[in-house]
Design a protein around this ligand. Structure first.
Ligand SMILES: [Zn+2]
Length: 201
C-alpha cells in the first residue's frame, strides 16, 4: 500500500478506509521519551518512520530551551479508534462524539499525527492545557519541523474537532509554514486552493 502524502486531509468528511495502515510504522519503544507504558504496557507509540527524525529533532531543540514533552500516542488503527470511541460512549453517552474522532476520521490512523504528554518530576501526565509552556512552545515552533497544531482554538467549526493543544500533525515543511504564518487550518487551505495544482493528492 502506498503511503499517504504529507498534505492528506482526514476529517469527518474525508474518511480513511478501515483497512488503511501505513507500511513504514516504527515502534518508538527504544526511545527514552517513551513513557506510554505508564498507561498501558501493551501500547507503545508508533509513528511513520519517515517523520520520526523530525519529532526527535523537535524534542531535542525544545529541550535546549527547557521544554520537555513526550510522544504519547501516535498511530492508531481504525479498530482501536473504534474501541476508544465505544469506551467513551459507554462513559459519556452521545457527548463522546465531541471528544473523540470517529473511526476513519482520526489522523492517528495516518501515522503522521501524535499527541504529546509530559513526564515531569517522575510523574506522567497527559493533561495538556493550551497555556502550558510546552503547549505554547509547540504551537509556536512545531511548524519549523513540519508540524501543525491541527485543531486550534476558535476553529472548531472549521475542523469539526474540539481544541486539542496536544495534537500535532506532520504536513511537510513548506505547508506547515504556510498554515502557521497565515493562521489557517488544513481545511481552510483546501477550501482556498480547491482545483489548484498546489494540492498534491
Ligand atoms: Zn490526537
Amino acid at each position: 500500500m502506498s503511503e499517504l502524502s504529507y498534505d492528506v486531509l482526514v476529517n469527518n468528511d474525508n474518511l480513511l478506509s478501515p483497512f488503511y495502515c501505513p507500511s513504514n510504522l516504527i515502534v518508538t519503544d527504544d526511545n527514552e521519551n517513551n513513557f506510554h507504558q505508564y498507561k498501558d504496557p501493551t501500547l507503545k507509540p508508533m509513528i511513520r518512520e519517515d517523520i520520526y527524525p523530525y519529532i526527535l529533532k523537535m524534542m531535542e531543540d525544545a529541550k535546549k530551551e527547557g521544554i520537555f514533552f513526550i510522544l504519547d500516542s501516535g498511530y492508531r488503527s481504525y479498530e482501536y479508534q473504534k474501541v476508544l470511541l465505544d469506551k467513551l460512549l459507554a462513559q459519556l453517552g452521545d457527548s463522546a462524539y465531541q471528544k473523540i474522532a470517529l473511526p476513519g476520521a482520526s489522523e492517528h490512523q495516518t501515522g503522521l499525527a501524535f499527541d504529546v504528554a509530559y513526564y515531569n518530576n517522575g510523574v506522567y501526565s497527559d493533561d495538556v492545557k493550551g497555556d502550558d509552556k510546552e503547549a505554547i512552545w509547540l504551537a509556536n515552533n512545531s511548524y519549523r519541523y513540519g508540524f501543525i497544531l491541527r485543531y486550534p482554538k476558535g476553529k472548531e467549526h472549521v475542523t469539526g474537532f474540539q481544541y486539542e493543544p496536544w495534537h500535532f500533525r506532520f504536513v511537510g515543511f513548506e505547508l506547515a509554514k504556510i498554515l502557521f504564518q497565515e493562521d489557517i487550518t488544513l481545511e481552510e487551505y483546501y477550501e482556498r486552493n480547491k482545483g489548484s495544482s498546489r494540492i498534491l493528492l
